[in-house]
Design a protein around this ligand. Structure first.
Ligand code: PMT
Length: 396
């Protein structure tokens, strides 16, 4: 994964860190990237377009309504040209615009018009970074799989000390080099299950679990970025459906089983990331259960095992299962790998509250016949790319 020969569209917004942009362009060019620069009007106050044109070797754009620029490379063409859109520095104001989908200048319009992954390097006063509005925007952007690099802590231009400094150009260029996935899954169809299932007890109650869907959605987004056609079969979540991914919404394990079995024959790779309920109530009462008795006993029956059924098909796809364990992680994962006839299994130790269910991060021990690797704790989006890289290697 590298930006060598890739088209990097660099957006610069109006913060003091913009003075580092020519150095950032030089670092990106040194890694082999083709760089084009777009400035906001306030960025023009901090850095010279001429300097950016000189170091990038390409014309610089700063205006959505510039007929000469539109005649050369219109904003839609520019949005399509980009393999990755990097915004550095990204001010608090620009992050708010990005969160709300405003398109009132060239750079914000490009953010909406591009299908390329968006990466931002925030830079602002530490109080502005910690403001709840900014933090809410950060959460929304992360959910939409915008990759956020930094910010770093230290002394700021205003004299404050704290989090909010833009990462150094060297670090941004290095991280970007890792962020861009190569299209190793081009031409492949990948089906992914995500989220929890809900098993109805009566019309108003169900049993479920704490899965947020974040890991499965990150995998869907990563597979799509790596060139695959992606079908996501999702239990109930609060997440935004990833762009260009066919998503089937289900509630119960039986519905998830049916959706998967209907379509899986056309898939090359199947990933079971959903936390599927192992059991469902034997009966769903048609009316709400009244609280007449001191005790209530429910009987449960076993749900179909989706992962195992896929792996036992006559012509199964490459099948990757997950294992959520609280103890004996290696032993239980290896036994699931063999018992369910999987090609690969990714185990997470969910006894660690920092990772696994409903967290931003995860850590995985990945096993396949004859091999294993540990993927250290990281953002789920980053882990998803690493895991799919392993899948693509074993799939070959
Ligand atoms: O959604 P997040 O909040 O991001 O959390 C991510 C996660 C912790 C849910 C995810 O990383 C994870 O571990 N998913 C699998 C959870 C699980 O159900 O594990 P399990 O060990 O009980 O199941 C083993 C495998 O069998 C899983 O691939 C599961 O999808 C599959 N399974 C289980 C039961 C069943 N009836 N059908 C299945 O397909």
């Amino acid at each position: 994964m590298s930006i060598n020969n890739k088209n990097v569209l660099l957006g610069i917004t109006g913060g003091i860190a913009a003075y580092k942009a020519p150095d950032l362009v030089r670092k990106l060019v040194a890694l082999g990237a083709n760089v084009r620069v777009v400035l906001t009007q306030s960025a023009l106050e901090f850095v010279s377009p001429l300097a950016l044109q000189a170091v990038s070797g390409n014309p610089v754009s700063d205006n959505l309504l510039d007929k000469d620029a539109e005649a050369a490379m219109g904003h839609i063409e520019l949005a399509r040209w980009a393999d990755i859109l990097l915004i550095a520095p990204a001010t608090a104001n620009f992050m708010a615009k990005l969160t709300h989908g405003l398109a009132d200048d060239l750079l914000s319009t490009l953010c909406l018009a591009t299908a390329a992954p968006i990466v931002i390097a925030p830079a602002m006063n530490q109080q502005m970074w910690h403001a709840s509005a900014t933090q809410q925007n950060v959460n929304v952007l992360r959910q939409r799989h915008v990759r956020i690099l930094g910010p770093a802590a230290g002394e700021q231009a205003c004299g404050d000390v704290g989090l909010g400094r833009m990462l150094e150009p060297q670090d941004i260029a290095h991280l970007l080099n890792e962020a861009l996935p190569s299209k190793v899954l081009l031409g492949k169809k990948v089906m992914i299950t995500a989220g929890p299932t809900q098993e109805a007890i009566d019309p108003v109650r169900y049993i479920s679990n704490h899965s947020s869907g974040k890991m499965g959605y990150a995998l869907a987004k990563a597979a799509q970025a790596m060139g695959a056609e992606v079908v996501l079969v999702s239990g109930p979540t609060n997440l935004v459906v990833p762009q260009a991914v066919t998503t089937v919404q289900v509630k119960s394990a039986e519905q998830m089983h049916q959706s998967v079995m209907e379509q899986v024959a056309t898939c090359d790779i199947f990933i079971g990331c959903a936390a599927v309920a192992d059991y469902r109530p034997a009966q769903t009462t048609p009316q709400k259960i009244k609280k007449n008795d001191q005790e209530l006993t429910l009987t449960f029956v076993k749900n179909p095992d989706i992962l195992s059924d896929v792996a036992h098909l006559q012509h199964p796809p490459f099948t990757l299962g997950f294992a959520a364990e609280t103890q004996n992680v290696r032993e239980y994962a290896l036994s699931k790998l063999a018992r369910k006839k999987l090609n690969m299994i990714a185990a997470n130790d969910v006894s660690d509250s920092r990772i696994g269910f409903n967290s931003e991060q995860n850590a995985l021990s990945v096993f396949w016949p004859g091999g294993e690797v540990t993927l250290a704790m990281a953002d789920k989006q980053k882990l998803a790319l690493q895991l799919l890289q392993l899948v693509s290697e074993q799939f070959k």
